[in-house]
Design a protein around this ligand. Structure first.
Ligand SMILES: [Zn+2]
Ligand SMILES: [Zn+2]
Length: 83
């Protein structure tokens, strides 16, 4: 599920690639259970990997939070109207 893919340890995602010290970690290979940069990922193209860019992940997380709070608000509103 997509939400699970966003819950990897954020600490990983703020680091640079171990093999390429000037490349930020942008992907996470599920097969190898290791963070990957844009260079590394080409060697893992056949593997099951997820986009793990920290800022992209935070953006999507915020979108989900917004969506969930809107849903909660609508549910609350509905309950008030239903009374
Ligand atoms: Zn790399
Ligand atoms: Zn891999």
């Amino acid at each position: 599920m997509v939400v699970d893919d966003l819950l990897y340890d954020d600490g990983y995602l703020e680091q640079n690639c171990v093999a390429h010290s000037n490349e930020p970690v942008r992907f996470y290979c599920k097969d190898d259970m290791s963070p990957l940069c844009a260079v590394c990922v080409t060697e893992h193209a056949a593997h099951d990997f997820v986009v793990a860019d920290y800022r992209a992940a935070m953006f999507v997380k915020q979108k989900l939070i917004d969506l969930l709070s809107n849903l909660d608000f609508k549910t609350l509103e509905y309950r008030i109207v239903a009374r």
